[in-house]
Design a protein around this ligand. Sequence first.
Ligand code: NAG
Ligand code: NAG
Ligand code: NAG
Ligand code: NAG
Ligand code: NAG
Ligand code: NAG
Ligand code: NAG
Length: 325
Amino acid sequence: MASSRLLFFLYFLLIQLVALTKAQQPTVEPKMSYHDCVGKGNYTTNSPYQANLNQLLTSIYTNTAIDYGFYDFSLGENADRVQAIALCRPDISPGVCRACIRNASDSLVRLCPNFVEAIGGLDNCMVRYANRSISNLMEKGPYFWVYDDRNNVSDVDGFNRSRMTLLGNLSDKAARGDSRYKYAMDQIDAPNFQTIYALVQCTPDLSASECRDCLYNASGLIPQCCEARQGGRVIYPSCNFWYEIDRFYDPSANAPPPPLPPSPSSTSQGKKSNKSRTVIIAVVPVVSVILIICICIFLRVRKQKEEFEGKFRGFSLMLAYFLKG
Ligand SMILES: *[C@@H]1O[C@H](CO)[C@@H](O)[C@H](O)[C@H]1NC(C)=O
Ligand SMILES: *[C@@H]1O[C@H](CO)[C@@H](O)[C@H](O)[C@H]1NC(C)=O
Ligand SMILES: *[C@@H]1O[C@H](CO)[C@@H](O)[C@H](O)[C@H]1NC(C)=O
Ligand SMILES: *[C@@H]1O[C@H](CO)[C@@H](O)[C@H](O)[C@H]1NC(C)=O
Ligand SMILES: *[C@@H]1O[C@H](CO)[C@@H](O)[C@H](O)[C@H]1NC(C)=O
Ligand SMILES: *[C@@H]1O[C@H](CO)[C@@H](O)[C@H](O)[C@H]1NC(C)=O
Ligand SMILES: *[C@@H]1O[C@H](CO)[C@@H](O)[C@H](O)[C@H]1NC(C)=O
């Protein structure tokens, strides 16, 4: 009797605790996985730089035109010019990406008050801003690592070899991406019946060789960050990798991305779009003629429908018309 009363009391206590943590959850702000307030100088509160920074970050996480998870925006002139880059994990939806960028931007601005340059991220995205040009630029620092400190692997050498093979292959594959997507994900069988899953990514403004170099250097940090660990990430401003022994990514994002739409800005592609316009001009009348013929046939067939007693419909009707004629 006494023990069941004690059990009930413990159960009641547990319910209260759960309710308490649930009630407190909305006030808990997302914890940045990593960040650095780069010591390149400060802006003053309420300055045009601050206004531009806030407006720029808002324009990124409210942008619904970009669906490939890479944003490279700038705002302002001269000393008040801010540039910001945001990069999302490739296997999440644009909506989840924007929510992550919003949280990361808010936290970064709060964690780095008045810093002209900063970088930080959550699990799903990275955000950085500066008062200098940061596009098409492979940045060598600052870098970060985040690891999973559950059990360590037993066969470190074997695990290390498999992990290096996988990361090497993925880096080559990511480097071959286009100006919107440079990422790759895959798995490899490691010793002791383990499987290693990995995801690597470059900001797509890098060239193929810059992307490969950046990921090569990032893998070089494994001995410091996560030699024996079952999971880990290294994040550079221009590239990152992430591995785990569980499938942490969505493999359906592995499908080849849609082809790059022709951009009217470059001259060689301008020619291409002229060509496709010519093709459209030639195709439109042909399609119209076929359509008119089809309508005529359809109307004549309908007229003859009363005489026609078969059960044929649609295409069979047209076929019957041709046989008769
Ligand atoms: C960025 O801001 C810092 C601090 O105000 C300043 O010293 C530096 O010259 C600025 N850099 C550029 C490229 O404007
Ligand atoms: C910028 O401000 C922070 C405090 O907000 C301070 O720690 C840092 O030294 C300042 N940096 C410069 C270059 O003034
Ligand atoms: C953003 O923060 C809110 C509140 O702190 C949290 O509920 C939400 O899950 C976070 N979203 C992301 C994508 O981090
Ligand atoms: C895993 O190995 C690292 C050193 O590589 C050590 O610092 C850490 O405590 C180990 N973790 C566990 C859970 O054994
Ligand atoms: C893991 O592989 C890297 C690259 O091949 C090498 O530099 C490192 O020493 C290896 N570590 C272990 C523990 O085998
Ligand atoms: C990596 O590439 C090498 C050489 O192209 C190939 O033999 C190996 O099977 C690949 N490994 C994985 C995990 O794709
Ligand atoms: C990679 O490391 C080499 C040697 O330390 C260095 O020269 C190069 O600049 C680094 N590149 C990046 C992207 O960090």
